[in-house]
Design a binder for this molecule. Structure first.
Ligand SMILES: Cc1cc2nc3c(=O)[nH]c(=O)nc-3n(C[C@H](O)[C@H](O)[C@H](O)COP(=O)(O)OP(=O)(O)OC[C@H]3O[C@@H](n4cnc5c(N)ncnc54)[C@H](O)[C@@H]3O)c2cc1C
Length: 400
């Protein structure tokens, strides 16, 4: 009998397991994958709020030690205007872009060091129940044999296609199909000189570049999910021609380097799911999947992990029950995640800027405090509500 079973051992799951195990709880992590392993569909950027959590948990040095630099310079090239700034209100004052092989391993090692157990090669199939209360999991090992384990709570950290969410019947809301979101085409490069995190906003496109581990950079082009996509054999030519036309300076730097991985591409639907019920809760993408255009998913997963682990700990300790303790989870998660999800979804349309948006960017020029606040929306240190609040808009437009 475990206190908690966590299904999924990557950023959301490993962090939740670590935080629970550090508080003395008996935790089992199961994952169908062999860990550590890479996640191919990810561009790895962890913004400031996520970096601050890694720092708070004492893990940032271990992530940096995977030969992954802190990223402290940020630029958004809007064509006629380049905004450079830093999210305010952070402890570390940096982002970081570790490959998932590196990040997930640091988190998982920390969970195991704290006393969590790991069973790999276990595919979760269903929950065990006593009435309507989840009491454990049923799964299958790689040799086909059955696996069962019991716990006071089952945490679904099994990603966007969460089978835990399906098994418990978690309701979905704020759903957006992938055609309403963005489509991302990217690869890894060596020998490309970058100035920290670079974004190039162009009509119906967003181009981005930043360093990951071992001097390799991830560089990509994002287009609307509704637009036609290149066939696999045309991806390289498509990427080169987009860069050459839309960001020729970056294209020249990419030409000077070498691509050292295959072309990767993807688009995902976005949604929120009911966060908790009797004996279960969801963290990370299983609970809220956002369009990747704002690179918010890992930071969200880490933040969910901290909130869920705090509430689970309170519920396991008593006097409040687990159900009472988790009753506030969805509202507290959504208060932060839903505005970020909506901001990402709006941005993912890659619609031509309206007059108001153009006026806003023009008004931001030269106003460093407000440029920093705008970066804070990405860094998750300023809420979209605070930045786009009419009072703040008036402050931005007044001097302009
Ligand atoms: C193209 C793209 C680019 C992205 N770029 C960024 C970025 O730059 N920055 C950022 O912050 N986010 C980015 N994201 C989002 C980010 O990858 C996710 O938010 C993050 O991986 C969520 O972590 P997680 O731990 O919740 O789930 P996952 O990382 O998906 O991990 C889920 C785990 O559950 C396991 N699992 C699944 N089903 C089962 C089962 N039935 N039984 C047992 N185990 C199971 C899997 O094996 C896996 O290990 C991107 C996403 C996409 C699609």
């Amino acid at each position: 009998m475990y206190d908690a079973i966590v299904v999924g051992g990557r950023c959301g799951g490993a962090a939740t397991a670590m935080l629970l195990a550090r508080q003395g709880h008996k935790v089992l992590i199961v994952d169908q994958a062999k860990l550590p392993s890479d996640v191919r569909l990810s561009t790895h950027l962890i913004w400031h709020a996520g970096v601050d959590l890694l720092h708070k948990w004492g893990l940032l040095d271990a992530v940096k030690a995977t030969n992954c630099p802190l990223l402290t310079s940020f630029s958004l090239d809007l064509g006629e205007l380049v905004l450079r700034g830093q999210p305010p209100g952070t402890t570390v004052g940096a982002a970081i872009g570790p490959r998932r092989l590196a990040l997930d391993k640091v988190l998982l090692d920390a969970a195991l060091t704290a006393g969590a157990e790991l069973r790999q090669g276990v595919t979760f199939e269903d929950v065990l129940k006593d009435g309507d209360r989840v009491t454990g999991i049923r799964g299958r090992l790689q040799d086909g044999s059955a696996f069962t384990a019991h716990a006071r709570i089952v945490v679904g950290a099994d990603g966007t296609h969460s089978r835990v969410a399906r098994a418990v019947g978690a309701e979905s809301y704020n759903e957006f199909p992938k055609e309403a979101g963005s489509y991302n085409l990217y690869s890894y490069f060596r020998g490309v000189e970058l100035d920290g995190v670079e974004f190039f906003s162009r009509p119906e496109r967003m181009i981005y570049a930043w360093e990951t581990n071992d001097g390799r950079s991830v560089i990509g082009v994002i287009q609307p999910g509704r637009a036609s996509r290149p066939a696999r054999e045309d991806m390289g030519a498509h990427f080169q021609s987009e860069l050459a036309t839309l960001a020729p300076g970056l294209a020249a730097r990419v030409q000077a380097g070498q691509r050292d991985d295959e072309w990767l591409s993807g688009a995902i639907g976005a949604f929120c799911r009911q966060a908790a019920g009797p004996g279960w809760c969801l963290v990370g993408d299983a609970g809220v999947t956002m369009d990747p255009i704002t690179a918010a998913g890992i930071s969200n997963a880490l933040r969910d992990a901290e909130l869920a682990a705090t509430l689970i700990h309170e519920g396991l300790q008593g006097p409040a029950s687990l159900d009472d303790s988790l009753a506030t989870y969805q509202a507290r998660r959504d208060a932060v995640s839903v505005p970020l999800q909506q901001f990402a979804q709006e941005m993912a349309k890659l619609a031509p800027p309206t007059e108001d948006v153009i006026k806003l960017f023009m008004a931001l020029a030269g106003n460093q405090e407000q440029i920093d606040n705008y970066y804070g929306v990405f860094g998750q240190t300023v809420t979209p509500m605070a930045f786009f609040d009419p009072t703040n808009m008036a402050r931005i437009f007044a001097p302009a």
